[in-house]
Design a protein around this ligand. Sequence first.
Ligand code: FAD
Length: 301
Amino acid sequence: MNIDYSSIKERFSFDCLLNVSAKEFTSYRIGGQIELLAYPETEDEFKSFIRYCHSEKLPINILGRATNVLISDKGVCGIVVSTDKLKKIEMSNKAFSVGAGVLWDDFVLLTVNEGLSGLEKTSGIPGSVGGAVFMNAGAFGQEVFDRIEGLKVMDLSGKVSFLKKEDIKYFYRKVEGLENLIILSAVFLLEESDKKELLKIRKDILSQREEKQPLDYPSAGSVFKRPKDDYASRLIDSCGLKGLRIGGAEVSIKHAGFIINKGNATAEDVFELMNKIKAEVKKKTQITLELEQILMGEWEK
Ligand SMILES: Cc1cc2nc3c(=O)[nH]c(=O)nc-3n(C[C@H](O)[C@H](O)[C@H](O)COP(=O)(O)OP(=O)(O)OC[C@H]3O[C@@H](n4cnc5c(N)ncnc54)[C@H](O)[C@@H]3O)c2cc1C
């Protein structure tokens, strides 16, 4: 498909960046070129951009902060649209409407500072509110959907609607039915609590993250989902895979659930290492690990 990206860029007043390397903005610091990376700043700008792409039959991909994705070395075909600029937060008593581009941890800090509980244990999860909702991100026994009331979404023709929580099927790190929707904002409901206690929990969780996770190296967090009644990191460690390396990608010695980029890792290095871990764990424990991270772009089967 021959797309004239320069003319798309000229059509819109918000930032549309041409030929951006995924190394510049993904938490893995890996990946090929994005031909056009668009940053609409308001819901109206989103609507006109998405409607234009729809009418021109241009393929689009959605990204938040790219902290849970591995983008192929070949890049991503078509347009990537980021929700980064949707930063509006409205608060009414214990309810919040939060734009998809707000950083998840900024929102959590806000709730904690208001003395509202329900999300404090998710402190320190990187990425955006939209990404956290899409993934049903979570940690230490709390997850995003515990506190969701509903989502404002746009479909790929630009139509906006509101989904109530009871109409959404969500699971551990998976939400059904959001694949072809853009989450614009989410409504959360929290509970009154003791601010001092919440700040203490947050501090404790942030230091546990610092202590246990390889935060000095680029990564995209846990590579695999937690298997039933176990931990992927425990299984990987028990198979002796800590420190295993392919090219510049390494199974973290600090936390076996993470693959880290030790310098010049390619997406192919990470992908091969993912497959190697899966195969070794299956061979030694008969357990099939399921990928948590999202592969974007073109991949070999
Ligand atoms: C050091 C580290 C620690 C981490 N710890 C945790 C943890 O404790 N728990 C946890 O759950 N995760 C963790 N993660 C993974 C990641 O941070 C979360 O999954 C996060 O919620 C992803 O948000 P994002 O904005 O970066 O999403 P992205 O990586 O940008 O996108 C992830 C997926 O969501 C989709 N998406 C993003 N925004 C939207 C939107 N507005 N509308 C529709 N689709 C959208 C994308 O298309 C993609 O499929 C960690 C990552 C790192 C690097």
